[in-house]
Design a protein around this ligand. Structure first.
Ligand code: MN
Length: 301
């Protein structure tokens, strides 16, 4: 085994995974819009490499997680890159099937993109749970039915999520500014029953208030688009929108959710290395990822 995984963990073969572990898989790209540059496809390699710099800090106390880094990563299994065939439909189906196997085994999943289209297969893989609530953190609505005839791209994610019968509820937070959505998409989302909390509405809400809006007794899946976070703290995204919740707010929210609800998995998408400034976004992203790993480790199965 030569290649090392996140936090210098060994990359593990799929069939050797113990119970009570969280599966981490990287998916550099899945359904990019044709004719557009995919700036997020190099994210997984860069994030995985950068996480290795904490190798000499494993005994350090992590003030965000309330544990040592060593304890956090002991619960994680990095299974490496999903092997792409560069046939989007087939790739989506294969990724969905792989993840569904883990979900059926009661394991939690962390899926790292890649652009936001990487979020769709993990949401589809939650079918065995039968009843799921999605918390989407994003500056954008992502309720477009299609763009250039593509229905599974980065702007179609929440529309596709709303169409599967195991997604019983959706909360979308952090929306702000101007995206590609028009009023039509907003009305469609509201008609479906999405609880939308804009970035400005979040100003009035403690993280506990947000968590209280999410039903108990269902599994919660976090669809995290990094552009949901204030770009002054996390500039490494393709479609930055000024304003938005702080990194600390989102860290506190994820931790609170982990304490109050059962989290089935997380996708972590839209890291765009070429837009970064002095590794600000890289370091913020690794912080978030560490908190996500720690939070999932403490969610009871
Ligand atoms: Mn977005």
């Amino acid at each position: 085994m030569t290649e090392k995984g996140f936090f210098n963990l060994d990359i593990s073969p799929i069939n050797s995974i113990a119970q009570n572990k969280t599966i981490m898989i990287t998916v550099p790209t899945i359904t990019p819009y044709k004719g557009r540059k995919d700036n997020c496809s190099s994210a997984t390699k860069i994030l995985r490499e950068a996480s290795k710099k904490f190798d000499n800090k494993k005994k350090s106390w992590d003030f965000d997680t309330g544990s040592s880094l060593e304890e956090t990563i002991s619960s994680i299994i990095d299974i490496g890159n999903f092997s792409l065939k560069n046939d989007p439909e087939r790739d989506r189906e294969e990724l969905t099937e792989i993840l569904k196997t883990f979900i059926t085994q009661g394991k939690k999943i962390i899926v790292l993109g890649g652009d936001d289209s990487v979020s769709i297969p993990p949401i589809f893989s939650l079918e065995p749970l039968k009843s799921v609530h999605i918390l989407q953190i994003d500056a954008h609505l992502d309720w477009k039915d299609q763009i250039d005839q593509e229905k599974f791209g980065r702007s179609n994610v929440m529309r596709r999520a709303s169409e599967v019968n195991w997604v019983k509820g959706i909360t979308q937070i952090g929306l702000r500014g101007l995206g590609t959505s028009s009023e039509k998409e907003l009305l469609d989302a509201k008609k479906w029953g999405v609880n939308i909390l804009t970035s400005l509405e979040l100003l009035e809400l403690e993280v506990q208030d947000v968590v209280k809006t999410i039903p108990k007794e269902v599994s919660v899946y976090i669809s995290l688009d990094l552009d949901g976070i204030n770009p002054s703290e996390l500039p490494s995204v393709d479609s930055p929108v000024p304003g938005g919740p702080s990194l600390s707010y989102i860290i506190a929210l994820i931790k609170e959710l982990g304490q109050q609800r059962k989290i089935a998995g997380v996708n972590f998408v839209e890291f765009s290395p070429i837009s970064d400034i002095n590794d600000l976004g890289l370091n913020a992203s690794l912080r978030l990822l560490t908190v996500i790993c720690s939070t999932l480790a403490h969610v009871s199965p």
